[in-house]
Design a protein around this ligand. Structure first.
Ligand code: FAD
Length: 396
């Protein structure tokens, strides 16, 4: 009769929460982790796959270590319903699983309906998002490789907030890097719904000017509102239609679909509001939400590093709550996001976030952050080190 925690989604947030609840409770709490995918595939570094600078296999880790090393019960299934009154979840295969505490970390859902024609274009493979690492990532690289020299790769970025603020600009570098080597008459055109580059702006723009002059055409305040799949054409709110060879359209994003379905995405029907001391839903007791699905505290990015940190705060709080111990009243979390501007050179942004009890939220600690002065190969080594460490910390 050990307490039972069910975790939904074995990505950066969920797998870390499952692993740390087992570690911190010394095996005293049963953990069932529900995830449809057979392997963990990292979104961080997946832009390198798009740019042809690494393989998807390098970013893939089997989940078996979580069961073998930590006694997590792994169920390859999808949660379709949550019943907070009965404290149980239902899965696609028809199982009903009861919980004492539920942790949701299903990542993002995508609002394909927000762009006319996108759902159909995406189903036909005319547009790809490749914003969940896996087959689409590989397919997007293939489209780039098969594009004729002189062709145009269009990337469209939705209004923030979306998963990984620097991610689209890193992708821009990776595509430009490939074009520079293999199709120098081609171009990447970036249509950004936002006013400007929203993360590491100066660093990215310097790299674009220094390394990729003439290859990147960046157009801020360009919001895609429609797709003509037959003519591979993007339609805009305020600008002329634009035809391209490759259409990499990132739709507006929201909390993972199960969070919305459970009625927990109470911020504009997009993100889940949580209590930051234990990441419990603001609406429903004993359901905790971490990772990209939450309405973040000021200054917190939607990143894998952040999801990992939130999961640890949550795991510690859950273990304390289930064992009648006081929870840590002063959690502190960190974030580092590395971006590859070419195959080897990297820039980073870092920050520290402290829980402020009076305001019941996290605040960025003044002076704690950091930004690279310029791209370097040494930071490239750090980035790979960061990745190997966090993969081990998540699913190792
Ligand atoms: P995920 O890691 O996406 O995990 C969600 C999991 O839930 C998935 O495995 C999914 O299959 C599962 N799931 C969903 N619904 C259900 C359901 N109903 N039942 C069961 N399982 C379900 N972050 C960084 O820190 N550094 C980086 O350098 C970085 N680079 C990035 C580059 C790109 C191109 C992208 C797209 C993202 C990048 N990120 C980076 C962001 C990072 O990937 C996300 O912030 C992180 O994955 C969020 O973790 P999560 O647990 O919320 O979601």
């Amino acid at each position: 009769n050990k307490a039972h925690v069910v975790v939904v989604g074995a990505g950066y947030g969920g797998a870390t929460a499952a692993r740390y609840i087992r570690i911190l409770s010394n095996g005293g709490i049963r953990v069932t982790l529900i995830e449809p995918n057979k392997d963990f595939i990292s979104c961080p570094l997946s832009n390198l796959v798009v740019g042809g600078n690494t393989q998807i296999g390098t970013l893939t880790t089997p989940y078996s270590g979580l069961a073998r090393e930590h006694g997590v019960t792994l169920l390859h299934d999808t949660v379709t319903q949550i019943d907070p009154d009965k404290k149980a979840v239902q899965t696609a295969s028809g199982q009903t699983i009861a919980y004492d505490k539920l942790v949701l970390s299903p990542g993002i859902g995508m609002d394909f309906e927000a762009i006319e024609g996108l759902e159909q274009a995406n189903a036909q493979g005319v547009t790809l998002q490749a914003w969940k690492a896996g087959p689409q990532t590989v397919a997007l690289h293939r489209q780039l490789a098969e594009m004729p020299d002189g062709g145009i790769f269009a990337l469209s970025i939705p209004l923030a907030p979306y998963r990984c603020p620097p991610g689209p600009y890193e992708r821009t570098c990776q595509v430009a890097n490939y074009i520079k080597q293999h199709k120098p008459r081609s171009k990447i055109v970036v249509f950004d719904a936002n006013d400007d580059v929203t993360s590491k702006g100066k660093l990215f723009k310097a790299a674009w000017a220094n390394e990729y002059a003439g290859l990147i055409d960046y157009r801020p305040q360009h919001k895609v509102v429609g797709i003509d799949a037959k003519n591979r054409t993007l339609k805009f709110e305020l600008a002329d239609d634009f035809q391209a060879n490759v259409l990499n359209v990132l739709p507006p994003m929201h909390a993972g679909d199960i969070v919305r379905k459970a009625g927990l995405a109470n911020i504009n029907n997009r993100w889940a509001e949580v209590k930051f001391l234990n990441f419990e839903s603001a609406l429903v007791k004993d359901i905790h939400v971490v990772g990209d699905s939450i309405q973040v505290a000021p200054g917190m990015p939607k990143s894998g590093h952040m999801a990992n940190q939130q999961a640890k705060v949550t795991a510690a709080a859950i273990v304390c709550e289930l064992h009648d111990l006081d929870i840590n009243p002063h959690p502190v979390v960190t974030n580092t996001c590395y971006s590859f501007v070419n195959a080897n050179d990297v820039v980073h942004v870092a920050s520290v976030h402290q829980y402020v009890a009076d305001e019941a939220t996290f605040r960025t600690v003044p002076g704690s952050g950091g930004l690279s002065p310029e791209p370097s190969a040494l930071e490239g080594q750090y980035a790979w080190g960061w990745a190997r460490n966090i993969w081990h910390d998540t699913v190792g």
